[in-house]
Each structure stands twice: as structure tokens, then as C-alpha cells.
Design a binder for this molecule. Structure first.
Ligand code: NAI
Length: 397
């Protein structure tokens, strides 16, 4: 059967597995082109199936020959109406490509927040992965988390705090600009977002891995955060998700303390805004993205997740160009936040109208293509939109 893109608002309801395969290949090619570097040997990536997590896994494996374990929450195909999620295929194809190079690539599909998943991964590390890891990337973006110590389920909310925010957003399904009104988060919503997207679960992973003696001397762990410019602070940095990310900074400090005897480190890496399943549903952010990309393209600094993560690993986590701020956070987002870039982005955002936002004034077309690419559509190098359901159903992660 033929597959074609379908949406609901800014959420894709379709996948092209052939395009996903090509996209993984394209990212591998990108990393290989940059050459090898001395980085991780044994990496655990939480949230490994798409965007920042997948890119981290690809640079670790194909830039520094790391064996990797990926944990993600993805759906398998069921029938012609439910072909599964893009991340399902990304995991499978990543594994196929990595194994061809003689690397271990183990996929766990399930809830990274659960104790059961932590125990399964730890047993695997001990029994089949050489016993220890030297890198853990925490790249989860999730709508909910059940705290296994209390049994309570928390939901995350992308909302401002204390004020209603009104701004222009893009509906990718209808290709229209619309005015979005985002009501402030309640106390419960703020607490829920901190529980889901803060650093508590990250700390629990490290605690259990350390107890099980699974951490190598010099072990590093990194959680991806976002700050963004003033223009986005009301709904991001000063909002519920921003509070959660700020709390994760305290987790990073506690983790570094916890890892002292191993000479290890817990790091926050403030990454740039990119087009991902998670970011396109952040209120108002898409209008910022189409202007940001336009400006950064002109500067020659536009980055996709693989370009950004490869640079971070190569130059910062394992290189000599680490750019730390006064709080000890890695700041590869400095290109996005430079005064010059932000001044131009603000000017551009002020000019946006329903009539011009899709024109060459902005990078709307690139943004839309990157969004399609996430689900295997419009991927460079792939023209195949035919799939065989029976074959897809046989594929195992
Ligand atoms: P994404 O939505 O593309 O990927 C999220 C990953 O988490 C997927 O692999 C998914 O399967 C996995 N996941 C979700 N719930 C899970 C669960 N319960 N158990 C196991 N796996 C689960 O997200 P994206 O955008 O790559 O974000 C990753 C991290 O990077 C997030 O913490 C986000 O806040 C951060 N970040 C993202 C930026 C952006 O512009 N997209 C900018 C800066 C930071």
C-alpha cells in the first residue's frame, strides 16, 4: 500500500517507514562525514527513538563507535490503519545499521519512568553489555509519568505561570496562522510538569545504576534543557516546562555530588530550538522557529538535531570547546541566542502576517519539511512510499 502524510493539528498521524530508514541513514552519513572522535564507549540513551535522543545515539555510535542501549516509548504497527510510530522504525533501522558495523545496539520499548524498565536495563548492562556504561543521555519528552514509589500519575502541561499568554501560532494541518491564547498553569499542573520533565527520574536512574555498580570511572550524564530568548520566556522559560528544567539543574548538581568518587559528572546541556515532535506542540514556538531558521540560515548556523548533537558531543562533551555558563551548564545554544541573531528574529517576527508567513520572508517551507521528515516524509534520498504490511509486522526492535 501507499502511505501519505496525515495530520491532526501539529501532530502527525502517518508514517513512511522507508523515509524513516533513509533519514536514519542520512544522519549516519552526516556524522561519518565529520570523521571519528574519541567519545563514549558504552552509552545508554533514554528517549533514543527520535530527534535529540536519536541524534545523540547516532553520533555516539557512528562518531565514536559506541555500543548503545536505547529506551523509548513507541508503538508497533498493527494493520494498514495503524502503521506504528516513526520512532518504532527509527529504532529498528538504527539497530540494523549499527549491527552492520559490529556495534551492539539494544532497544528497549516501554516506560523509562518505571522501576521495571530500570531493572531490565540494569540486568542487560550487567549480563550482556560489559557490566558498565560511561554515558547516560536523558532525552525524554513525555506527557505523563507514574511515580512508582507512590503510584501517582502526573501530567505535564506546557503553560505560562501567573499570566495568560496570547500569541500567533502555526497550524501545520491547515497551514494557517492563528491566535493562540494560553491560560496559566494551575499549581497541580506546575507540580505535574516538574514531576514529568524535571530531574527526579534522572536522579533515580543514576542512583540505581550506581547501586548496581554499572557506572564506569569518569561516567558522564547529560539532560537536555532549553532556555530560549526573552520573546519565548512567558510560555517557556518562565512557564511550567521552564520551571521543570530549572529544577533539573539542581538534580545535575546532586548527581555530580553522587558521582564524586567515580570522577563523574551530571550535566545540563541547554540545546537550541529545533523541529521535533515535542517542540512543534509548544504554544507559539513554531512562529519563532520559522523566523529563527530564516536568520540562522542566512548566518550559516542553522542546525538540525543531528548537526547540533554531533557538534555538542564532538566539541563540548568530548572536545576542548565546551562552553559553560556561570551555572555550569553547557551552552551550545549560544548561536541561537546571540544578540545579533535575536535582534533580527524579533524584527522578522514583528512583520509576520497571515499573508506572508509562508513566503520567503521566513523559513516556513524548511520548518514544514523538517516536520514531515520526522515521520519519514519528504526525506532527501527517498522516493518510495510503498509499504508491505506483512513485512512491517515481522520487523522486531
Ligand atoms: P521527541 O518527542 O522527539 O523525543 C522524545 C523521546 O522520549 C522519544 O524517544 C520517545 O519515545 C521518548 N519517550 C517519551 N515518553 C517516554 C517514556 N515514558 N518512556 C520511554 N521513552 C519515552 O523530543 P525532543 O524534542 O527530542 O526532546 C528531547 C529532550 O530535549 C526533551 O527533554 C526536551 O525538553 C529537550 N529539548 C528539546 C528542544 C527542542 O527544540 N526540541 C530544545 C532543547 C531541549
Amino acid at each position: 500500500m501507499k502511505v501519505e502524510m496525515k495530520f491532526k493539528g501539529n501532530v502527525s498521524r502517518a508514517v513512511n517507514p522507508n523515509g524513516c530508514k533513509q533519514e536514519v541513514q542520512n544522519q549516519i552519513n552526516y556524522v561519518k562525514k565529520q570523521g571519528n572522535y574519541k567519545g563514549a564507549n558504552k552509552a545508554l540513551i533514554l528517549g533514543a527513538s527520535s530527534s535529540y535522543g536519536l541524534a545523540s545515539r547516532i553520533t555516539a555510535a557512528f562518531g565514536s563507535h559506541a555500543d548503545t542501549i536505547g529506551v523509548s516509548f513507541e508503538r508497533a504497527p498493527r494493520d494498514e490503519n495503524m502503521l506504528g510510530t516513526a520512532g518504532w522504525y527509527n529504532n529498528i533501522y538504527f539497530k540494523e545499521f549499527a549491527e552492520k558495523e559490529g556495534l551492539i545496539a539494544k532497544n528497549f520499548i516501554g516506560d523509562a519512568y518505571s522501576l521495571e524498565m530500570k531493572e531490565q536495563v540494569i540486568s542487560y548492562i550487567k549480563e550482556s553489555f560489559g557490566g558498565k556504561i560511561d554515558l547516560l543521555v536523558y532525552s525524554l519528552a513525555a506527557p505523563k509519568r507514574t511515580d512508582y514509589k507512590t503510584g501517582i500519575t502526573y501530567n505535564s502541561a506546557l503553560k505560562p505561570i501567573g499570566e495568560t499568554v496570547v500569541g500567533e501560532n502555526i497550524n501545520l494541518e491547515t497551514e494557517e496562522l492563528f491566535t493562540q491564547v494560553v491560560e496559566p498553569a494551575t499549581e497541580d499542573e506546575i507540580e505535574g510538569t516538574v514531576k514529568v520533565m524535571g530531574g527526579e527520574d534522572w536522579e533515580w536512574w543514576i542512583e540505581l545504576l550506581k547501586e548496581a555498580d554499572c557506572l564506569e570511572e569518569g561516567f558522564k550524564t547529560v539532560l537536555y534543557s532549553y532556555i530560549g530568548p526573552e520573546a519565548t520566556h512567558a510560555f517557556y522559560h518562565d512557564g511550567s516546562l521552564g520551571i521543570a528544567k530549572t529544577q533539573a539543574e539542581e538534580s545535575a548538581n546532586r548527581i555530580t555530588n553522587e558521582l564524586k568518587e567515580l570522577n563523574g559528572k551530571g550535566l545540563i546541556c541547554v540545546s537550541k530550538a529545533v523541529t521535533t515532535k515535542a517542540s512543534v506542540v509548544i504554544p507559539i514556538l513554531p512562529t519563532y522557529l520559522i523566523c529563527l531558521y530564516k536568520v540562522m540560515l542566512a548566518e550559516g548556523t542553522h542546525e538540525t538535531p543531528i548537526m547540533h548533537k554531533d557538534r555538542i558531543f564532538r566539541d563540548m562533551l568530548y572536545g576542548n570547546e565546551a562552553n559553560y555558563d556561570e551555572k555550569g551548564r553547557l551552552r551550545p545554544d549560544s548561536w541561537e541566542l546571540s544578540e545579533e541573531v535575536q535582534a533580527k528574529v524579533s524584527q522578522l517576527m514583528a512583520k509576520l502576517t497571515s499573508d506572508n508567513f509562508k513566503t520567503d520572508l521566513t523559513a516556513y517551507n524548511l520548518f514544514r519539511k523538517e516536520f514531515f521528515n520526522l515521520n519519514g516524509f519528504e526525506v532527501d534520498g527517498n522516493n518510495n512510499d510503498e509499504v508491505d504490511i506483512a513485512e512491517l509486522l515481522k520487523m522486531q526492535p
